[in-house]
Design a protein around this ligand. Structure first.
Ligand SMILES: [Zn+2]
Ligand SMILES: [Zn+2]
Length: 348
């Protein structure tokens, strides 16, 4: 028992050290990622695009994918994730902000006032929207609603904290939370699409760089750069695809990355008692997606998925849609809920 605890602490220390190193190197990761995405886009449009069939259709599609890829990466790195100690985000009015479908009905749906803090959400009979329970964070002292977690790298509480991503950290402490989680997932979707296109359409030119096809290399991109981009494309694409599948399955289950871990613990606890754990945020697979991307009947139009629009989440993080009949998770008793402190206390 003593031995396993020592090993656990040792792993925790290594993880903390890794956090510090990757935290410090964050802005270099961002610069490297931005340069790679930029070079990949340049070589694609320089070498591959001119050879595409039906250019009046295929080129606009390629431009749209590249535009989404770059903009969602920019948004996920720069949109504040939802720190608890700053005022709630408000929708902007510039070109990039999409208009919600029923903006005139923002204050209520079918005559029913919405729960305070929930914006443009569908308040149908099957979905219950309730205020989040609040507690005090022992790390920063803020009063935090449920689904908020304290990020130990930023040392701040983040609404609907998912994870801290060193690949996004420009030195402004970038977590993935309520306001940028959608951009994070959209960025992964468009990166997988872009790398798939590069890999599928670029192989004749790869053969040329290897000297297997005899043709003039009449492009701005050097052959070595093209070769590097063509090799990186499927490698990066596959890694991100695996991450994307994990995140999509979490969204389908109505949980964030942190909650996916916590819910595994709750499931075991409930099972030991012969009960079943029920995630109260899980309102059904498609509804979960609708809420995550906020494209439900009273959310934003589906075009927000194919253009890099900015939108507001369905809630301000202080109220949540729940499965009918579940104001709290099923199968979890009072006092059993895991907190950020439980996780960190193991280290003390
Ligand atoms: Zn905190
Ligand atoms: Zn963070």
């Amino acid at each position: 028992m003593y031995c396993s605890k020592t090993v656990f602490r040792c792993f925790r220390r290594i993880e903390r050290f890794g956090d510090r190193v990757t935290g410090a190197a964050g802005r270099y990761f961002v610069i490297i990622a931005a340069v790679l995405i930029g070079l990949g886009t340049f070589t694609f449009f320089d070498v591959i695009t001119p050879s595409l069939s039906y250019p009046w259709v295929t080129i606009p599609i390629c431009v749209l994918i590249a535009f989404n890829l770059h903009m969602h990466y920019f948004w996920v790195c720069t949109v504040p994730p939802g720190f608890l100690d700053v005022p709630p985000q408000q929708p902007g009015s510039n070109f990039f902000w999409a208009k919600p479908r029923n903006s005139s009905r923002r204050s209520g749906i079918r005559g029913k006032p919405l729960t305070q803090g929930v914006q443009w959400s569908s308040s149908t009979q099957e979905i219950v929207i309730t205020r989040a329970a609040v507690m005090r964070c022992r790390k920063c002292g803020e009063t935090k609603p449920e689904r908020t977690h304290h990020c130990r790298i930023c040392n701040r509480c983040v609404l609907k904290y998912d994870h801290h991503c060193p690949m996004l950290d420009l030195g402004i402490n970038q977590c993935v939370g309520i306001y940028n989680e959608r951009h994070f997932v959209m960025f992964m979707i468009y990166l997988v699409l872009a790398t798939s296109c590069f890999t599928a359409l670029g192989y004749p030119f790869m053969l040329q760089t290897l000297g297997l096809v005899d043709d003039n290399w009449d492009y701005y991109s050097p052959q070595a750069l093209y070769m590097l981009m063509y090799i990186l494309s499927p490698v990066l694409g596959l890694c991100v695809f695996a991450m994307l599948l994990y995140h999509l399955s979490s969204i389908a289950s109505g949980e964030s990355s942190v909650e996916a871990h916590d819910h595994e613990v709750y499931k075991k606890l409930a099972k030991q008692r012969g009960e079943e754990f029920v995630n109260s945020y899980d309102v059904g697979r498609w509804k979960n997606f609708e809420y995550f991307f906020n494209i439900g009947p009273n959310g934003y139009p589906w075009t927000t998925l194919i253009f890099p629009y900015r939108i507001m989440p369905y809630t301000d993080g202080r109220s949540w849609a729940r499965k009918p009949g579940y104001e709290v998770h099923g199968g979890v008793r009072n006092g059993e809920e895991l907190t950020d402190e439980d996780f960190d206390d193991e280290d003390d």
